[in-house]
Structures are given as C-alpha cells and as structure tokens.
Ligand binder design. Structure first.
Ligand code: DHB
Length: 516
C-alpha cells in the first residue's frame, strides 16, 4: 500500500512533509529551449501543430511515445515569459486514429498540472522531469492513462525586474486562467477535449488548482486578463484535483489556532533560510526552528482561536443531511465533529487493511482515538493534534513582522510584503500596510464556490498529519462546494503529511469515472 509507505517516511523524519510538498523545480530542463511561438512582433496565440518533437520513453516498465509541444507562451504580452508558458504533451497513438483507455484524439481529457509551491514562481514541468519527491513522473503516468497533458507555469511572489515585483497576487491565478483560455481558444487544433480540463496541484499549487476551478469565467478577472494579453475565450474547467490546498489565507490564522491552540511546542520552517531555489529543490530539507510559544504568542493564539467560530458560523454550512455545521464560542460543535468524522473514516480505511497485531500497534501509536472491536468510533481532535508539534507559530500566515511567504505573496509591484488580515494589521510589529481587498478576494477559492461556471467535479486530499494549514480550511471548502451541488470527493488520507501526487492510480481512476 502506497499510502502507508509514505506515512512511515513522514513520521520518521517529520521534515519530510516539507520536502515532499515542494514541486518539481529541479533545474528546468527546458531553460535553454527557445519559445515555440515567438514572432517578430510578440507571441502568436494560434497553436502550431507542426512544432513538436517525438519522444519515446519508459514508464512503469512500459514504452510510451508522445509528441512534445514545449515552451508555448500563453499570453500575448508576457512579463515573465519563462514562467507564462505551457508544455503540451500528446500520446502518439492519437495521431494514428488510436484509442487509449477508451479515449481518442477528440475525447481525451486534458490533465493540467501546475508545479506551484510556496506561492513561488514555477516553470511548467517537463515530461522529462521526475515527479514529486523524485518519484515517477505524474505527466508520464497521465500520458500512459491516455490523457493529454498541458503542464502550466505561472509567476510567483519572488519575481523582480529592477525595482519592480512582477509576480505578486493575483498574477499566479491570472496566468493559470490565461493558459486555460489558450487551450479553449485552440481546442479545434489541439488533440484532447478542452471541455474536460482537470487541474492538479499541491499546497499553494493545490490552492491555485481549487481557485482555477471555482472561479471559471468569473467577470472579476476579465479586465486584468485582457490587459495582460490573454486570449478572449473561456477559462472554465471541468474538474479539480487539489492536494492540501493552502487557500482561504485571510481566515487561515484563526482556523489554525482553532485546531492547534493547545500546542505550545513548534517545529517550523526557518523563513530566513528560505529562498526559491532551496524551497523548490525537492532533494533539500528545509531548515527548521524548534521552540516554545512565548506568553505573547499564546495570547495571540487565544485571540485568533476566539475569532474563528464567528467566521465559520457566517458561512452557514450544512452537511449532506442538511444538518447545520456550527461552532460555539469555544470552538466546539457540529463542525468540529464533521472534521473529526473525516478522520474516523480515514482511520478505519487504514485499519481495514491491517491484521490484529498491526491494529493494536496502530491504535497505541495515536492519541485521541476511541477504539473498540477493530474500529475507530471517534477521534477527539484536541487530543489527536498532540501527536505532532505545531508547524507554525501564531499568526501562522499573516506574520506580525511581515515575514511569511503569504505576506510576500500579497505585496505589490513596489511593496514587497503586506498584511491581509485586520488582526495582523492592527498588531503589526513593523507598521506594515494592508493588501487591497480586491487582491485578497481574487486569490481565495471560497469566494467562488457558488459561481455558475465553477468546475463540477472535485477531488480534495489533505493528509491527516498535514499541519501546514488547519484541516478546517479544506473541510469548509469541501462543504461549500457540496452545498452548491458539486460532485466532491474529500478525504484525509491517514498518516500523510504535507504532500501531493502520492496516489496517482486512485486520482486517475477518479478522472476516468468523471470523464469517460
Ligand atoms: C506551502 C506551504 C506552506 O506552509 C505555506 O504556508 C504556503 C505554501 C507549499 O508547500 O506550497
């Protein structure tokens, strides 16, 4: 079982979660390749089906041949063409009237992975690169399953030209939308079905995958897309795969303390030692700082925890049986039970594959489980979270000294970092400024779950041991999507930390179920 292998590795190192989550940015193998569509006066947004190389390689012991259309700039006026680029891969069979897995040249779904991590810039992953954590390439696996792959790059928070930042919010989502528009505009000329685009991403990339799916064709982005030279076409997609989405940033601090308030020991990333290269190089462990929350930080944690129930209750969430999901002022109530029940389901799924001795060892290993007769009947979240140290000190996202990656994401062309919550603005230790409401809004998938053109199909996975953001974040998103009639497959795989692409067989089985 793949999952249990991963979970053992994560438990053993504690740090591995960070390493696994960082996407494939080990030097871009296409860095020296010229842009496919550069013309004398800009970039052509007409797909050229003659401009490809044919590649034969092996995946899972099987030979596959595909056509590679690489380094296509997907906007007319790129600011950072190295990142505003997509790579398009097509199984060769589709040019010979072949079928794979029940799909043909017209019907093949388009799998759209992004390699975004940490809200950093990400080049479009190449089929020749290995997958996350050095594992089998997600792109090749998708091609083997008969999908067409559009691997997309996007700008990120650290990009700078002279004194101007070129990749702050909402650049990342505008780029992904522009790439989707390119696919729709060229659907007749490209193999695959642009009405069957399935986006995939992990962490910040999972958040962007979710946002791309939720905000399809939203008018909120139209003007900005036009200004950047995106083609005038739909940016709606069919389905979303999101691993551990770090979304809903403006409510993530309160959600974090709702879940982790009692944990005073932390083991967090050393942001001062973090740069794009080390974060995105999956072979490098990130430096961490161990410590105890100070009395001030415990007070901040208590303040933030106390704010969460009001937000949660304002969403007016309901479960599948129309029961209200709410929290009392202490953070207890039916919403907490909803999250706990997702953990119960996950624990029992793992238990069902274990023998009696293994079951005993499993239950002894974890605090917070109520167990009898081979099944877990309840998880007490307050006790369960004590199985690990907290990963972030409060406020987890909008740092009072503007030191977080998210502060950096919400900067502007001229200001490196900004606050994005009233609490941290008020308590800023360095008199930081506030991001524009519009930029905060445009980055949060929660604002678009009721959008008419939102993706219909959703697969959301967050490891039970992922402490990068609260489990409440994905739970709220999943419930909101279900309430607006979406088909949502939401689960918290047991023992998994902050990671993605660890269950590709299951992911692609799900794609076949919705796309065929
Ligand atoms: C990622 C992880 C984080 O903890 C975070 O705050 C933002 C992004 C990531 O792995 O992409």
């Amino acid at each position: 079982m793949k999952l249990s292998k991963i979970s053992t590795a994560l438990l053993a190192t504690g740090l591995a979660s960070q390493v696994l989550a960082a996407p494939a940015m080990n030097k871009n193998p296409l860095a020296d390749l010229p842009y496919a569509n550069k013309t004398e006066n800009g970039y052509s947004l007409d797909f050229n089906d003659k401009n490809y190389t044919t590649v034969t390689t092996e995946i899972n012991g099987k030979k596959i041949t595909y056509r590679a259309y690489e380094k296509i700039v997907y906007v007319a006026n790129p600011v950072e063409p190295e990142y505003q680029t997509l790579n398009f891969y097509v199984p060769e069979e589709y040019y010979q009237n072949g079928e794979i897995n029940g799909y043909n040249a017209k019907t093949a779904p388009i799998f759209l992975p992004n390699a975004i991590g940490g809200y950093m810039p990400a080049t479009a992953a190449a089929a020749s690169q290995s997958g996350m954590g050095g594992k089998t390439s997600t792109i090749l696996t998708a091609l083997e399953r008969g999908y067409v792959v559009a691997s997309v790059g996007a700008r990120g928070r650290t990009l700078k030209q002279g004194n101007t930042y070129t990749g702050k919010a909402p650049a990342v989502i505008l780029d992904l939308k522009a790439a989707v528009r390119y696919l729709h505009a060229n659907d007749d000329k490209m193999v695959g079905d642009a009405n069957k685009i399935i986006s995939n991403g992990t962490s910040a990339g999972g958040a962007m995958s979710a946002l791309l799916g939720a905000s399809g064709d939203s008018a909120d982005y139209a003007k900005l897309l036009k200004e950047m030279g995106a083609v005038n076409a739909s940016d709606a997609i069919f389905a979303v795969s999101a691993y551990c989405p770090i979304t809903n940033l403006e409510n993530a601090d309160t959600a974090y303390e709702w879940e982790f308030n009692g944990l005073h020991h932390y083991s967090r990333m050393d942001m001062s030692k973090l740069d794009a290269k080390t974060f995105n190089d999956r072979s490098m462990k990130q430096a961490t700082i161990e410590g105890e929350l100070s009395a001030d930080e415990i007070k901040i944690s208590n303040d933030l925890k106390a704010q969460f129930p009001d937000y949660l209750n304002s969403l007016q969430l309901k479960d599948e049986k129309s029961n209200a999901l709410t929290l009392d002022k202490d953070g207890n109530g039916s919403f907490r039970t909803y999250v706990e029940n997702a953990l119960v389901l996950s624990a029992n799924q793992t238990l069902s594959g274990l023998n009696t001795d293994e079951k005993k060892a499993f239950v002894e290993k974890y605090k917070g489980l109520s167990y009898a007769n081979g099944i877990v009947s309840a998880v007490n979240l307050t006790e369960f979270v004590t199985n690990k140290a907290r990963m972030k000190s409060p406020p987890a996202f909008d740092a009072l000294d503007l030191s977080s990656g998210e502060n950096d994401e919400f900067g502007t062309e001229t200001v490196q970092t900004l606050h994005f919550t009233p609490y941290s603005l008020k308590n800023s230790t360095i008199k930081g400024g506030m991001a524009k409401d519009e930029n905060i809004k445009l980055l949060n998938a929660m604002n678009y779950t009721d959008n008419d053109k939102a993706a219909q199909h959703w697969r959301i996975r967050v490891g039970s041991e992922d402490y990068d953001t609260s489990h409440a974040i994905s739970a709220m998103l999943a419930v909101k999507l279900k309430m607006s009639g979406k088909n949502v497959d939401y689960a918290l795989p047991w023992g998994v930390g902050h990671a993605g692409d660890y269950d590709l067989d299951e992911l692609f089985d799900w794609v076949d179920k919705i796309a065929r």
